[in-house]
Ligand binder design. Structure first.
Ligand SMILES: O=C(O)[C@@H](O)C(=O)CO
Ligand SMILES: [Mg+2]
Length: 251
């Protein structure tokens, strides 16, 4: 299995270009990030070119302090689309293939309609990019609009855009739903990216409720060839947290 270092959590004490170099030196196959916007895209692109790593994904900005995305917030459509457009421009500047459009804290039919419309905007504005939506768990992100894979599947199917996909974060979906083996199998056609971390502590993927040897073998058997996102919170220096990597890479 191949792995992508999520630089929102791994080496997040470094500037993004240096974090990319650290991930390459540690043997990761790709990188991904959360919010790279305070870093010059030229410097990020240069580090990617130097290391040969691809940046798999980045997120739309969350909004004001306390917010967690804007794209499902009624009345905030102009800001949400500006952030989607900013993410698209940044992704294009660094050769990044996917954007996670963050929904935000909202509920109800009006929020759903706004989220659908903003996703439609994103998919049409960047047909060459994958637009990701990610259910988040209710403990870490109480009140977040998107919480379940079935909800994401309905958004994806009814949107009718080939480039709208599910971010299957095993950490969030184990907390919310479980039954991950069958969910990976059933949802494979709409999965755009997979992320992993231990449940429930969001630590290294070598302990906790989930056996990632089984999850990775399931992905392998499904023909999943893209890097899986290591989106866990290291305890201490990231370089000391990589003991899990050889065993899962061998799958
Ligand atoms: O799982 C997460 O928290 C991230 O993938 C993310 O993009 C939202 O913060
Ligand atoms: Mg995630």
């Amino acid at each position: 299995m191949k792995f992508s270092a999520n630089l929102g959590f791994l080496w997040n004490d470094m500037a993004l270009p240096d974090a990319i170099r650290a991930a390459a030196a540690a043997g990761f196959d790709a990188v991904e990030c959360h919010w790279p916007y305070d870093q010059a895209p030229e410097a990020v692109a240069a580090a990617l070119a130097e290391t040969g790593l691809e940046m798999l994904g980045l997120n739309t900005l969350r909004g004001k302090p306390g917010e967690n995305g804007l794209s499902a917030l009624p009345g905030r459509e102009a800001e949400a689309r500006a952030e989607i457009d900013r993410a698209i421009a940044y992704a294009r500047a660094i050769g990044c293939g996917a954007i996670h459009v963050m929904a935000g804290f909202a509920e109800g039919p009006a929020a759903e309609a706004v989220f659908r419309a903003n996703l439609d905007h994103a998919c049409r504005a960047a047909p060459e990019l994958t637009i990701l939506i990610e259910p988040l768990n209710r403990h870490d992100a109480p009140g977040y609009f998107l919480t379940h894979s079935g909800q994401a599947l309905d958004l994806i199917e009814r949107a009718g855009h080939e480039n709208l996909k599910l971010m299957f974060d095993c950490y969030h979906l184990q907390i919310m739903e479980g039954d991950l083996t069958r969910r990976l199998q059933a949802l494979q056609p709409v999965i755009g990216h997979v992320q992993i971390a231990a449940v429930p502590d969001r630590g290294t993927p070598d302990h906790g409720e989930l056996d990632f040897r089984h999850i990775c073998a399931t992905l392998r058997d499904l023909g999943w060839a893209r890097p899986v996102g290591a989106e866990y919170r290291p305890v201490g220096p990231t370089g000391d947290s990589l003991g899990w990597l050889p065993a899962l890479r061998a799958i």
